[in-house]
Design a protein around this ligand. Structure first.
Ligand code: NAP
Ligand code: MG
Length: 525
């Protein structure tokens, strides 16, 4: 290992800055990258198992949700036999990868982060085409991915140093963090770069091997990432890439006895299903599987009468409609005390009306389509439910565009117990709820089965201190929006039906991908 690598791994982690698109040079470079990527749309991507590229007859077509007849890429689709091969490869390669020195494993992440930084604008463009992210949202997703790689590389370095342990006379005691085994990584499509790369590289840097089953609607970006890991020389079989339908190969991968852990981020129902399947012992299975499960949210922003109401309204709108409301952290509920309810609603409506809807790959567009036809259908159903339950104050109508567009939609006078205030819609639908006072607002905020993010806008220190104690969410923000967690600064994960609170991007995260081994040597004369 070179001195420079250990220097880098022991240096403080710093977040990657977002691209400043107000710079004409940056904007021009992003426009060019969009055109370069446009010319690469439609190509095919094979499965990659033990380094072997396998083209299957069954395929998954990834489309652009802004123009559904534009094919972003065609992916080979794994059968159960392919999934079986991928597990076999991962199990075999684990026997050598587990003994690869931690700093060597970390080096691959550092190198990949560097390549991703160089190709940042192109990766951004892939996200725009495949998932309908605007420039700013795509850029933040890729920045977060780069951050995860740089952060987890340093974390593995930290965990590989001598660990604090009580010294006793006559013995030498040492604790090391060793890997678990084969991990099945199942990411969602909504942070198709950051969460996919984060869960995969956390697994790998800790010494595990991976079967990566990307979300079907965002598998091209995952293929581009796997290619980068290949390019930096990651040994074959450490990451095995098997796109395929969750319902066809998901259960199989989770249930197999070779699987040691599952790293999943996605919906509540799929998470609970994985948890159940993973708990079932298979004949010949040597371990209790570990399930790291990050799931949905019904996140709330609370506003009281002492707050900066303009800042609150801006935070509400940005949390509700960033990436079309398709964030686990999206502020889908705004809970406002009666005294200022009308004023905050009016301000929020005014800001939301100005959101610019359009083709996400075009500069300056603030709002794109939702991910696919299923999401479109489901969100429309919730809008119909909302029309029974509350007052439609904005949006709700057809966006009059060919893609899967649903305009920013706001319901007012929503009851805290209404379905649109309880169920995760995962689209641009905001429920504005009136609370009688701050205490009532806290009560409403805590009244869903989720507990992921939340925010409070208030100038009252006593209330903020109270909220810090009782607002039961994994990530609570004061006087700022409830989206946009930063690696390192805001370790991320939620309570209750939001998951196992794994705190991605924090110092607890890598421990979930390791097990601690203690060697105690008695001194002999
Ligand atoms: P999803 O429908 O649950 O899918 C997530 C992943 O699970 C996909 O790769 C999917 O594959 C796969 N899958 C589906 N059925 C499966 C099965 N039976 N066994 C194994 N895997 C299976 O969720 P999504 O729509 O992609 O993502 C949105 C959800 O993720 C929201 O609920 C959101 O709140 C949550 N989320 C949570 C966090 C967090 O940190 N807590 C972060 C981001 C997103 P296919 O694509 O092939 O179906
Ligand atoms: Mg797509």
């Amino acid at each position: 290992m070179t001195a420079t690598l250990s220097d880098r791994l022991s240096s403080e982690f710093v977040n990657t800055p977002l691209t400043d698109y107000s710079s004409p040079a940056n904007a021009a470079a992003q426009r060019e990258a969009v055109e370069r990527v446009r010319n690469q749309l439609g190509v095919s991507y094979p499965l990659i198992i033990h380094g072997e590229k396998i083209h299957t007859s069954a395929t998954i077509t990834s489309i652009n949700p802004a123009r559904p007849d534009e094919v972003v890429g065609v992916l080979s689709s794994a059968s159960r036999e392919d999934a079986d091969k991928a597990l076999a490869a991962a199990a075999e390669v684990f026997e050598t990868w587990r003994f690869t020195p931690p700093e060597k494993r970390a080096q691959y992440l550092i190198d990949a982060a560097e390549l991703m930084t160089q190709r940042r604008l192109e990766l951004n463009a892939w996200l725009m085409f495949e998932t309908g992210k605007t420039w700013v949202e795509a850029d933040a997703d890729v920045a977060e991915a780069i951050d995860f790689l740089n952060f987890y590389a340093r974390e593995m370095w930290r965990l590989s140093q001598e660990q604090p342990i009580t010294h006793i006379p006559g013995e030498e005691n040492k604790l090391t963090y060793i890997p678990l085994g084969v991990g099945v990584v199942i990411p969602p499509w909504n942070f198709p770069m950051a969460i996919m790369a984060g869960m995969t590289t956390a697994s790998v840097v800790a010494g595990n091997t991976v079967v990566l089953k990307p979300a079907s609607t965002s598998a091209v970006i995952a293929a581009r990432f796997v290619a980068i890991m290949e390019e930096v020389g990651l040994p074959k079989g450490v990451i095995n890439f098997v796109p395929g339908s969750g319902s066809v190969i998901g259960d199989y991968l989770v249930a197999d006895k070779r699987t040691r852990f599952i790293a999943f981020t996605g919906s509540r129902d799929v998470g609970l299903r994985i948890n159940k399947l993973a708990a079932e012992h298979q004949p010949g299975q040597l371990w209790i599987k570990r399930a790291i499960l990050e799931m949905g949210g019904k996140d709330a922003i609370v506003v009281d009468e002492t707050a900066d109401l303009d800042a609150a309204a801006a935070g509400i709108v940005s949390s509700a409609f960033g990436f079309q409301g398709q964030k686990c952290s999206a502020g889908s509920r705004a809970i406002i005390v009666a005294q200022v309810y009308d004023e905050v609603v009016a301000k929020a409506l005014q800001i939301a009306q100005k959101i610019v809807i359009g083709d996400p790959e075009v500069e300056g567009i603030g709002f794109g389509p939702v991910i696919d036809a299923n999401a479109f259908q489901k969100i429309r159903e919730y809008i119909a439910i909302g029309q029974q339950e509350a007052t439609l104050a904005l949006g709700g109508e057809d966006a009059g565009r060919a893609g899967y567009y649903i305009p920013p939609t706001i319901f007012t006078n929503v009851d805290g117990a209404a379905r649109i205030a309880q169920e995760e819609i995962f689209g641009p639908v905001l429920a504005m709820i009136k609370a009688s006072d701050f205490e009532d607002a806290m009560h409403i905020a805590n009244s869903t089965e989720y507990g992921l993010t939340g925010a409070v806008y208030s100038r009252d220190e006593t209330r903020l201190a109270h909220a810090a104690e009782v607002f039961h969410v994994g990530n609570l923000y004061f006087n700022r929006k409830c989206t946009g967690a930063l690696v390192g600064a805001h370790p991320f994960g939620g309570f209750n039906m939001s998951g196992t609170d794994s705190k991605a991007g924090g110092r607890d995260y890598l421990l979930l991908f390791t097990q601690a081994k203690v060697v105690s040597a008695k001194k002999v004369n």
